[in-house]
Design a binder for this molecule. Structure first.
Ligand code: TYD
Ligand code: MG
Length: 461
């Protein structure tokens, strides 16, 4: 049960009192109680987030719930200058939120965060602390990116205590720490980058964020094979975990939230690395379509759904009469077992049998899609390659295939169709149950119940 009444929260231990007192009854500190307008949760075991509640247990009393979260929620979130970023963070960053940005070295983490720091720093105090680059290097980069921010402070230091001190002095709304692997706190005596340092530094940053309301973004380097211990170790300490990723050699970057206490997970943001830093990509479907004006056999556009949005992705298939005793099957961006199953279904339930063929499939743009909606478009692309016949360049498809050759529905059918129309496609082959209730202007939708029907529809002259 929640009652609306002011409570007093100790800035030292987080302990909660019902009336103002000069000394905190929980930890004994003086002049640390401040009034918080919030919701006090009575008998609140398992209730809303309680900052510092465990520390408040000292002194024998029950852990006192603290209602800081209620107040933080009413504070405006920091907008990050790019809507693709705000989207991944779940609508900007809240006060006191701690985020971890992981990614391979060189992917663009520092670039992105310098841009973020400058965007926020236009109106709020921001500290960008780097243990990797000198302030001169960072200033040069900022100049090259034409970034200017009235309230952005740069610091080159790897002492966490110095960084926290400066951040408090500046009353930073946002603190960027680049990277956690270079930071050192006096609370641990091991060297920077050691598990102990990583943990202690991160824990100290979390305490700092929660006490003062500073939003913190921590950079953590990771390698593809996870060789550098780090971010994995820290994920449970922070509120939001983001990973920055790229298709090898591509200028496109994808930012995905794999954990988010304040917003949706798996949200995807798209960016392009340019001479002028990272630019958001507002129409990401364009990234995954390599189609030349001329339609070629083995290619079809599917409508996938990933990161909370419908995406058009070109599916490519290449089939070749096998010269091996067991045909080769290679899958890029889709599950290899799923491909095997699909090929078996095709052999058994359609006139296009890939049984005697090597089969290679690929999703353009380097995204991996785990959803079953890829089944039908893959089968049609493989069929197109087998036949040597190009499919309609304005055709899209999505749908799951069952083992008996039936086409099964997938979630968000309408949303997928709307994205297809938006991108200029005029025909769609979809599962029967995904047929739109009302006709969609500009789109001819063919709803099918079986793979055989889908193939007839796709190869119709
Ligand atoms: P960086 O942000 O330093 O990566 P990280 O912090 O993840 O290690 O980015 C490194 C790469 O980005 C570098 O190879 C150069 C490239 N880059 C651009 O292409 N354009 C730019 O405007 C900037 C600043 C960097
Ligand atoms: Mg960097």
């Amino acid at each position: 049960m929640a009652r609306n009444q002011p409570v007093y929260v100790c800035s030292s231990c987080g302990g909660e009192s019902l009336k103002w007192q000069g000394q905190c009854p929980h930890c004994g500190e003086w002049n640390t109680l401040t009034r918080v307008l919030g919701v006090r949760v009575a008998g609140g075991a398992g209730s809303a987030a309680h900052v510092g509640a465990s520390q408040a247990a000292a002194g024998g009393s029950l852990p006192a719930p603290v209602a800081l979260a209620a107040e933080a929620a009413t504070e405006p979130r920091l907008e990050l200058g790019m809507s693709e970023l705000d989207r991944v963070f779940g609508g900007g960053i809240g006060a006191g939120a701690v985020s971890l940005l992981g990614g391979e070295p060189g992917i663009g983490k520092s670039t992105l965060l310098l841009q973020v720091a400058a965007a926020v720093g236009a109106s709020r105090p921001v500290l960008y602390a780097s243990g990797e680059e000198s302030t001169q290097q960072i200033t040069q980069r900022a100049r090259r990116l034409s970034l200017a921010a009235a309230q952005l402070t740069l610091l080159s230091d790897n002492s966490l205590e110095s960084i926290l001190q400066l951040s408090s002095e500046r009353r930073a709304a946002l603190l960027v720490v680049d990277s956690i692997q270079t930071m050192q706190t006096a609370m641990a005596d091991s060297s920077p980058g050691s598990p102990q340092q990583l943990r202690e530094c991160t824990a100290a940053l979390v305490r700092f964020a929660k006490q003062g309301g500073t939003a913190v973004i921590i950079v953590g380097h990771v390698t593809k094979d996870g060789a550098i211990a780090g971010p994995k170790l820290l994920e449970h300490l922070v509120d939001t975990v983001l990973y920055f990723d790229a298709d090898a050699g591509s200028r496109y970057r994808m930012l995905r939230a794999t954990k988010n206490r304040f917003g949706p997970v798996n949200e995807l943001g798209f960016f392009a690395m340019t001479d002028a830093g990272l630019r958001e990509v507002r129409n990401p479907s364009a990234i995954f379509l390599s189609r030349s004006a001329q339609a070629v056999p083995g290619s079809l556009v599917m409508v996938a759904r990933d990161g909370g949005r419908a995406l058009l992705i070109e599916v490519q298939a290449l089939t070749d009469a096998t010269r091996f005793s067991a045909p080769r099957r290679v899958a890029q961006g889709v599950d290899a077992n799923r491909l095997s199953m699909l090929l078996a279904v095709m052999s058994r339930h359609s006139r296009l049998s890939p049984a005697e063929h090597d089969v290679y499939v690929n999703l353009v743009g380097g995204l991996s899609i785990a959803e079953t909606a890829t089944d039908l478009p893959l089968a049609l692309a493989i069929g197109s390659s087998l036949e040597g016949t190009a499919l309609d360049a304005k055709l899209v498809a999505f749908g799951e295939l069952g083992l008996t050759g039936e086409v099964r529905p997938v979630p968000y059918g309408e949303e997928r169709l709307k994205e297809a129309v938006k991108q200029g496609y005029t025909r769609a082959i979809v599962p029967q149950q995904n047929a739109p209730r009302q006709a969609i202007a500009g789109l001819e939708v063919r709803a099918v119940a079986t793979l055989a029907e889908a193939i007839e529809a796709a190869f119709r002259a």
